[in-house]
Design a protein around this ligand. Structure first.
Ligand code: FUB
Length: 326
């Protein structure tokens, strides 16, 4: 069976965050670019410098590239590496959340504001106070409260925040090998979406049998990066990448703040090291937005966004509508 086709092939794209705004599907991805930097665990080869926005009126229909909506040189605090972004809509404005290294080489999360889902987005002059690490994902609940999830291990620097303060000795390190796994982070956003309204807390993923947090040694199930939250039938679904085991996994909970009980895998490994996704309902169906590296013939840092339909069973468990090819 042929694999799904990339949504666009004129650019390399990755880390797709999908939202439906004004009855149109918008995708906010990373924009991968060619580099001579060799692959390493810090992810230096992911050397992105700008963002494009894409939209479509139906899955499988024509895709509009809205062009460059934000670039690194226009963001005062950024030195390099515009990694996986996400967008949100509130108070009539659109917000683009993005991670990047600051001038000290530390990942922070910034926000840029626009009047349209297509951008352009004007960056705030400083990163969000108290933010760190990578892969911001926003979730606006039905009551209007907005949350920002974030975090990523290894090159994403989350291991530097395992204790009560930043530990620079862990830059370039991997993660503790035992004890509870390091968690993704979440904070509620302020009403203007520009700052954290609460402390940053752990997103706990619990083992369904023991009800205890997943162990750090359990690389097939522990959080690595690519947080995403969506709501289905009044339950909150927290999905994520397991990184070095290359799965997209998820847990289900009763609150956007967790805890989430591990519920299984959404996607098996794809071509390319990273796996990163989002989930959204559009035109009455549920979709998984993800990437692989097929467009570049398997180069890890040159990826392409694809879309698959997902379905829920009677217990609310997620499955792919079409089985993933071998
Ligand atoms: O695109 C750069 C990084 O690769 C993302 O931030 C991670 O989630 C991984 O996909």
């Amino acid at each position: 069976m042929a694999d799904k086709q990339p949504i666009v092939s004129h650019l390399y794209t990755a880390d797709p965050s999908a939202h439906v705004f004004n009855n149109r599907l918008y995708i906010y991805p990373s924009h991968d670019r060619e580099t001579d930097i060799k692959d390493n665990d810090k992810g230096d080869q992911y050397d992105m410098a700008d963002y494009h926005v894409f939209s479509m009126s139906e899955v499988g229909g024509p895709v509009t590239d809205h062009g460059v909506v934000l670039k690194a040189e226009d963001i005062p605090w950024v030195s390099k590496q515009l990694w996986a972004p996400d967008a949100a809509h509130k108070n009539g404005k659109y917000y683009l959340f993005f991670p990047a290294r600051d001038t000290d080489d530390i990942f922070r999360i910034g926000v840029a504001v626009g009047d349209s889902p297509e951008g352009p987005f004007k960056p705030e002059p400083k990163p969000i106070a108290g933010s760190f690490s990578i892969d911001p994902a926003s979730f606006v609940d039905d009551d209007g409260e907005a949350y920002l999830y974030f975090g990523g291990l290894w090159g994403g620097q989350l291991q530097c925040y395992a204790g009560s303060s930043f530990d620079a000795s862990q830059l370039g390190a991997n993660e503790p090998s035992s004890g509870p796994a390091l968690s993704a982070k979440v904070a509620r956003l302020s009403d203007d979406m520009l700052s954290f309204a609460t402390d940053v807390t752990d997103v706990q993923i619990l083992d369904p049998e023991t009800k205890k947090p997943i162990d750090a040694s359990d690389h097939a199930r522990r959080f690595f990066e690519a947080a995403w939250c969506h709501k289905y039938n009044d339950k909150y679904y927290f999905s994520y990448s397991t990184g070095d085991t290359h799965y997209l996994a998820y847990g289900i909970g009763d609150s956007p703040l967790g805890p989430f009980t591990y519920a299984g895998r959404i996607l098996e490994p794809v071509i390319g090291w990273t796996t990163h996704h989002s989930i959204a309902e559009f035109n009455g169906k549920w979709w998984l937005f993800y990437h692989d590296a097929t467009l570049s013939g398997g180069k890890n840092h040159l990826r392409c966004v694809k879309i698959r339909e997902i379905v829920y069973d009677a217990e609310g468990k997620i499955g792919l509508k079409d089985p993933q090819p071998e």
